[in-house]
Ligand binder design. Structure first.
Ligand code: FES
Length: 130
């Protein structure tokens, strides 16, 4: 006698957990793969967060303000990020650079606000500003 093991054809596909991030003031919540930066999440979902230097820590246009209740859960910013944040417009105690902030599973539900204004150091220097 021969037995053949058959897998049921209606086996549910395991759903992959994806952390969520909410962007304010547009109040849009999106799901992203863990490890995605806030800047990448915004760009993947057509949310207006500039990121002029594409994450090379040279502009501060990716400045976001993390909701106060989430800030203590974040990895600390390194010196390079702190230095660039010092040049951002309207920095708050919970400000971070979106290109440096990775969304992990533990940050599922985080909320960040995109400030109304940003400073593009590269462009502003060429124009004779900052
Ligand atoms: S995109 Fe330029 S510092 Fe983040």
């Amino acid at each position: 006698m021969i037995f053949i093991a058959l897998e049921p054809i209606d086996t549910p596909v395991e759903e992959r957990f994806m952390p969520r991030i909410t962007f304010l003031p547009m109040n849009r919540t999106v799901e992203v793969d863990a490890g995605t930066t806030v800047l990448e999440a915004a760009h993947e979902h057509d949310i207006a967060l500039e990121g002029a230097c594409e994450g090379s820590l040279a502009c501060s246009t990716c400045h976001v303000i993390v909701a106060r209740e989430w800030y203590p859960r974040l990895e600390a910013a390194d010196d390079e990020e702190e230095d660039m944040l010092d040049r951002a417009f309207g920095v708050t105690p919970t400000s971070r650079l979106g290109c440096q902030l990775q969304i992990t599973d533990d940050l599922d539900g985080i909320t960040v606000t995109i400030p109304e204004y940003s400073v593009n150091i590269h462009v502003d220097k060429k124009r004779g500003g900052a």
